[in-house]
Design a protein around this ligand. Sequence first.
Ligand code: ARG
Length: 469
Amino acid sequence: MSKLWGGRFAGGLDPFFEAFNRSLPFDRRMVDEDLVGSAAWARALGRAGVLTAAEVKKLEKALATLRKRVAADPGLCERAADEDVHSFVERELGELVGTLAKKLHTGRSRNDQVATDLRLWMKRCVGDLDLAMAGLQRALVALAAKTSDLPVPGYTHLQRAQPVTAGHHALAYAEMLDRDRGRVADALRRMDRSPLGCGALAGTAFPVDRKALAEDLGFGGPTRNSLDTVSDRDHVAEVLFACSLTMVHLSRLAEDWIFLGTFESRLVRFADAVATGSSLMPQKKNPDALELIRGKCGRIAGHLQALLMTMKGLPLAYDKDLQEDKEGLFDALDQTTACVRVMTTVVETTEYDVERCRAAAATGYLNATDLADLLVLAGVPFRDAHERVGIAVRTAIEHGCELEDLPTDVLTDLMPEIPAASLRRELSVERVLARRKVFGGTAPSRVRAEVKAWQKRLPEAEPKKRGRR
Ligand code: ARG
């Protein structure tokens, strides 16, 4: 396979190194961007007086033909033996327009070309992730609407702490996803600058109007420093971080529900659609979807670490190390988007066991704080109230019952300030939840208001897919 840089070389490449050096097997995902970027570059060269109008037209036409061919037959790219996607496009172009193809690379380097391709690709494909995340948020909000008043145990240290509503728990994850989406949008905003015209490292020597070129490619403007531009992969790191943190959030939801789905808890049931069985133990039903999501988190955080280590100490400007930026990014975006989609199905199909949830939220002294609060309302300083409720819990453990089930004389003895009947009423899980109607709290009324706010914020129907890959 002839090379874009053969002239200086007398000898051929070692075949093992040649394969090692190739990036076409993965950078072909950016072939559409390479073709679009090449057409824009041809127009820029036309405006700079380097190519004639007729030459630009011919190149544009051939690039459009190639674009159609590649879209119709992805195998064209897969079968090719070229070094990278840029070599592939140039060779194919040569087959369509002959020597004119050799003029296209005037004043351009693969360094500003690949930087442009990658930004264009991300601008197109990161939208898929955002759409998936919005879908998961909608599923969580729908779950919250169904479970706005369902009590479940809330945990700290994995010990039962206070009752919360299942809806409140679902919306906690909708909040995390909102921050995740904000991070993705932020990364997109920052990467919206066009590298083309920066050349290999010093800027092209031809009078290219980079602003017009940036506009042609749909960028907000051109980048400002050629050295920085050809070696900058901050946007890749930012997207990898956004993916990593999204995965951390998904893995926490996975873990929460795996725990609630254990035989010991049995507070949620997974649908057959997202569980698998055991090849040996006929009774098993395992939460594989959630376990895979939890597991993949490590791989994606690994891609972020890999890029940061690749960038560390990398001298300006372009170095071939940067070719290592793509596989991790592609995998992270593929996997994160897939995980978000699978999680959406899990959220849509998982069911809370209402009876067991109610019973669990009412067992284990989850209302002890409320008893202390009631004493405070009766004039007892909180520290003293805490101490006395601690003693009450110990007494209840000895009796083998909940606080509200202590015999009336014992209850009156421990809490003379409050009549036993009103204590029992106020300690019910419904009252405990209803009291937490503070902004951000778990009360059913508050969760219902939050669900409404979310429904307003999240557009109902969105097209399934914005980008293509
Ligand atoms: N395949 C290369 C990459 O992904 C393209 C740029 C190559 N540039 C060069 N000077 N060798 O980074």
